[in-house]
Design a protein around this ligand. Sequence first.
Ligand code: R5P
Length: 294
Amino acid sequence: MKPLIFPIEGWWPLSRSLCRSLPAERGRLEARSFPDGETYLRIRSSCSNRHVVIAPDLSQPDPKILKLIFLADALRAQGAGSIGLIVPYLPYMRQDKSFHKGEAVTSRSFANLLSGRFDWLITVDPHLHRYHLLSEIYSIPARVVPAAPSIARWIRKRVRKPLLIGPDQESEQWVSKIAEGAKAPFVTLKKKRRGDRKVIVSASDLSVWKDHTPVLVDDIISTGNTMIETIRHLKRAGFKAPTCIGVHGIFSGSAYEDLLDAGAREVVTTNTILHSTNKIDLGGVLADAAMNFI
Ligand code: R5P
């Protein structure tokens, strides 16, 4: 029998693409809010002994989390054979230590919450910085699908003579793999974060690459300031307008417009988070990874 797939906030392009690629059957879910704001959920598909997958967009996670937990619990109560989570963008990965006394290490609490509800998890390029593996905080089997091959393919088709640029040392893990796939050179810059919205980017002499098309790559675009500072740096160094690629385009506030104003030639993301910049579909590669569990 085909697995059942449920999104939590309605069908979105990646859940549709996953459903086609697996192939899975769409789960039917009735969801609404009571007048006091509490959530009502009712599963309308029979899920007894079936593999079930929940595939939500978990960007801006807080308002979505309770629904996700309620749905997992209801599926378990209805006798689902297994419950997997395909969470293309895994939130709460960046607070990976207590930087100041008393700070919550939310990555760990969030991992505990999900590990207690799901049988397995698949995600795309989680923000692994101080953790090296998801298994350091997730106690369920957790598989990482890299976006690099799909991004490299997009660059090969669309960008002439690319130079891949990572804004900081951490980005080397993604940029180097994309560069290899795109058969292009890469450099990484240095970034100092001075606050949620302030970063300083610096680089050694890049003039040898001036005839290349700069392609900035980062795992997350949130306020956009990391990329904006990098664009400014490249402009001062006399480069042409860069293409900016984010694996996960969160785009807080006016981040997208700010990037274009700063001089990005175009902004491109994968479809792990719904946005008008989604040009790279990861439904097929996520479905391939899910086949290991269902
Ligand atoms: C942080 O280390 C990440 O890799 C990204 O560089 C960061 O999250 C981007 O955030 P923002 O767009 O707010 O500068």
